[in-house]
Design a protein around this ligand. Structure first.
Ligand code: ZN
Length: 334
């Protein structure tokens, strides 16, 4: 079985975006705020939105199950206040739940959290519990920077986040560290902000004893871990200079990486540097990069080809990357 641990509903019917626009337009005039019930999307529309995209690619590429979450760039936690974020997150998560209910063999849900800049993360607990307990979701996407590129929150290792971590541990759900749209023109959303956040989260984890306090807390750092694998020696050296334990002992029971690196040399480097036990197969399709690589003739995000082409992986390694590691990290997949 091949589990893709990182897929987004980027092909949501246009009605959802139109509803969001009404919500944003009403920020200055709450009387105009649309009701949740005003958003009408039929099951057929959902089927149509998936059949020609995520499901088509699953079939063509021979993957089985996608761990599926709302479109990351649309989370836009910086817009409005906590109430704005709560209602929008509920809508996005309910759409994911409907996708999973229509195609239970193809999708399992991961939720967007109703974060808002400066608002304590424990306010996200009710929505996390609803998604896990009522909808059967297996994880959440946690935005370390709800400000959208201005980095106003404390580091992920600060006690600010602990109540949410306590709930994650209780529910046995991991978080994928996933920022949203950058509203800072310095950072391109998918080309810089996402990768910065991945690298930043890794360094935060390296400098703290978070996992002594939460030994079963698990994070997936997506997009191949940002710069972490490429600069593994720097991180090991920094840890050593700071008299920290070895990375292996410090992080690798709790921190995992996905394979959303869109070329073979990058995936090979990731797998050479990071233990196979810490790498989960993922494509992020249909996501950030949708084109076909003229050098290979295949989609950049057809990441299965890269893993398949690395000849030194054993059959047991592949089974871990494609399935067993995801089952270990997303404990509720059982
Ligand atoms: Zn993503």
């Amino acid at each position: 079985m091949i589990i893709d641990c990182h897929g987004h509903y980027t092909t949501t019917p246009v009605e959802a975006e139109a509803w969001r626009k009404l919500q944003i337009d009403a920020l200055g005039n709450p009387a105009l705020t649309p009701q949740k019930a005003a958003l009408r999307i039929s099951d057929d529309q959902i089927r149509e939105s998936l059949e020609g995209a995520q499901l088509k690619f699953q079939r063509e590429r021979g993957t089985d199950l996608t761990i599926f979450s709302p479109r990351a760039s649309s989370m836009a936690h910086h817009i409005g206040d906590a109430q704005t974020s709560r209602v929008w997150s509920e809508i996005c998560n309910e759409l994911i739940h409907r996708c999973c209910a229509l195609y239970p063999k193809n999708f399992v849900g991961v939720c967007q959290l109703p974060q808002s800049p400066g608002v304590p993360p424990e306010t996200c607990i009710p929505e996390l519990e609803r998604c896990v307990k009522e909808f059967g979701f297996v994880g959440c996407n946690l935005n370390p920077d709800p400000s959208g590129g201005h980095w106003k929150e404390p580091p992920l290792t600060d006690k600010w986040w602990f109540p949410l971590y306590e709930k994650m541990v209780e529910l046995e759900v991991p978080a994928m560290v996933h920022v949203s749209t950058s509203c800072n023109p310095v950072f391109h959303t998918t080309g810089a902000h996402y990768l910065n956040a991945d690298t930043t989260a890794f360094m935060q984890f390296l400098t703290s004893d978070l996992f002594n306090r939460f030994p079963t807390l698990k994070f997936i750092i997506p997009h191949g871990g940002g710069a972490a694998p490429y600069h593994w020696g720097r991180f090991r050296g920094l840890a050593q200079d700071m008299k920290r334990p070895l990375l292996q002992e410090l992080l690798l029971k709790n921190v995992f990486f996905d394979t959303c690196v869109y070329h073979r040399p990058g995936v090979e480097l990731l797998l050479k540097v990071v233990p196979v036990d810490n790498v989960l197969f993922a494509s992020e399709m249909v996501g950030a990069v949708r084109g076909i690589d003229p050098e290979t003739g295949y989609h950049y995000d057809d990441t299965r080809r890269y893993v398949d082409s690395i000849e030194w992986l054993t059959a047991a390694d592949r089974q871990k990357i494609f399935e067993a590691n995801a089952r270990k990290v997303y404990a509720r997949l059982r």
